[in-house]
Every structure is written in structure tokens, then in C-alpha cells.
Design a binder for this molecule. Structure first.
Ligand code: ACM
Length: 267
């Protein structure tokens, strides 16, 4: 299958323009599955929770998800994209998975980065779901979830072959860390990051780009710098079904979970 990501600099609050730009870039690349960045249509630096709540949309039914869904229908493709989701009084930093038949799933970011903790709610229930989209089994995580290896591990244990990873990265470590996430779980990961800067918090943030696709052997199949681009690559999701790092080491079968009980204790 062919998988693509979109990297560009969203302008805060210019939802329709950002959406058009992301779709315009995606239209230049044939793929079955596209990944767009975190909060790709709204921008990142909401000033406060009220602003996030005002811009957030219900899923399904909101402008961004519906526009993307109709694009998926026309194109016969799947899209995973980050957006601010409103659900009653709650606001989530979410990723939606849409396909030719409409909404397939929503993932609400679990590990919020810095001031996101003042803006967004976190889900209380386990919702690390894996979706069979025909071409592959996929799971979603968002940006800072990368630094909690549990997320990629759970998705992989549940059968994800490809981790879809919308991001707004500012720290430099994630692209290299995702190589390890892929290697230790023998999965593919598609990190779609944004570029550009925002300064609505009195603190300029520069987003690092470096969107990438990594395979289960930990090889970077494609990595951008800070270009504005959509790129795609052919991959075979079934490669992620072999969990052997060597003929003698199956990374899932060899886990000694009875020795890992500490992982279930809160600190
Ligand atoms: C991040 O989680 N947006 C760094």
C-alpha cells in the first residue's frame, strides 16, 4: 500500500485556508492513507480553554472532519488528521480516522504537552484502538505520546501494523525516538509534523518538521527537513506481523510480564 504524510505551516485560526492547503498538498500524491499533523486546521497555541472550546468541533458533524470525510469519499482514501474536538463541555486534542465510508475512529490525546494541560481534557478510559482499514491495521497516537513507550506498545500488542502519529513537535528528540518505538514493537510509524512558528503565548514556538516514515526494522524510509510537502511511500504492512528481532528473539513472545508488575503501579 502507499502511505503519505503532509507537512506544512498552518496559520493560527485560519481553518478553511489550512484545510485547503493540506488537501492541496495531499492531492499531489497518490496514496491509500494520508496522515496530517496535530491540530492541522486550527493551529496550536490556543490562548486559553475558552478559545480552544470555541474553535473545537464535534466529531462527527464538525466542519473539518466533514470536509475531510467528503475528500476521502471522492478520493477513495483514508486520512488520519489532528483536530480540536468538542464533546459537551469537554475539549480534546484528537485525531480522527476517516475513510471512503466516513468516520472510522477518534483518538483523544492522552499525554498532553506543557500548556496543553490547561487547554484540553484527557480521556479517562482506555481507548487505544486498532482499526482494520482493509489495506492495514492501524492505530493512532498524537505527538508527545511518543515519550511514553506504553502507547506504541499497547497499539502494537493490539495488532497495529502502522502507527499513525499526527504531531506538532518542538523538542528535537522524537524523530530519533520513533525509530526505537518501531524497532522495539516491530511496527511502521508515520509521523506527520508541522513546520512554522507561533507566538500567541508570549513564547515563540518553532515546529521542527522532520516528518518521517519508519519501518519495523527501524529504518527511516522517508524523512523531510522543514519543507512544505506531501510525500508518499510504498510499504508492506504484513512486515509488522513478524515480531522477531533475530531468529531466536520474538519481542512479544519473549516478554516476561510477570516481572513487569511495577508498570501497573501509579507514582
Ligand atoms: C506536542 O505534544 N505537541 C509536543
Amino acid at each position: 500500500m502507499r502511505v503519505a504524510f503532509v507537512q506544512f505551516p498552518p496559520a493560527f485560526g485560519r481553518t478553511a485556508e489550512n484545510l485547503a492547503q493540506a488537501i492541496g498538498l495531499a492531492e499531489g500524491v497518490e496514496a491509500e492513507l494520508y496522515v496530517f499533523p496535530e491540530l492541522f486546521a486550527s493551529g496550536y497555541q490556543f490562548r486559553d480553554r475558552e478559545e480552544a472550546r470555541a474553535i473545537a468541533e464535534p466529531v462527527p458533524g464538525g466542519f473539518v472532519a466533514e470536509e475531510l470525510a467528503s475528500w476521502c469519499r471522492r478520493r477513495g482514501a483514508f486520512v488520519c488528521a489532528g483536530l480540536a474536538e468538542a464533546d459537551g463541555e469537554a475539549v480534546y486534542n484528537s485525531a480522527v480516522l476517516l475513510g471512503p465510508a466516513g468516520l472510522r475512529g477518534v483518538y483523544r490525546k492522552v499525554h498532553l504537552f506543557r500548556h496543553e494541560k490547561e487547554l484540553f481534557d484527557v480521556p479517562v478510559e482506555d481507548h487505544f484502538e486498532v482499526y482494520d482499514i482493509g489495506h492495514a491495521r492501524v492505530g493512532m497516537m498524537i505527538c508527545f505520546d511518543w515519550i511514553f513507550p506504553e502507547v506504541a506498545r499497547i497499539l502494537a500488542l493490539r495488532g497495529a501494523q502502522i502507527i499513525l502519529h499526527p504531531a506538532n513537535l518542538v523538542l528535537p528528540h522524537c524523530p530519533e525516538a520513533m525509530i526505537t518505538r518501531c524497532l522495539e514493537n516491530r511496527v511502521f510509524a508515520v509521523t506527520a509534523n508541522r513546520v512554522g512558528t507561533e507566538d500567541r503565548w508570549g513564547e515563540e514556538m518553532t515546529f521542527i518538521g522532520e516528518s518521517q516514515i519508519v519501518n519495523p526494522q527501524g529504518e527511516v524510509l522517508m524523512r523531510l527537513e522543514d519543507d512544505e510537502a506531501a510525500v508518499g511511500i510504498d510499504l508492506n504492512p504484513a512486515e509488522a506481523d513478524d515480531k522477531r528481532a533475530t531468529p531466536e528473539n520474538d519481542l512479544f513472545a519473549d516478554r516476561l510480564v510477570q516481572l513487569y508488575t511495577e508498570l501497573l503501579r501509579p507514582r
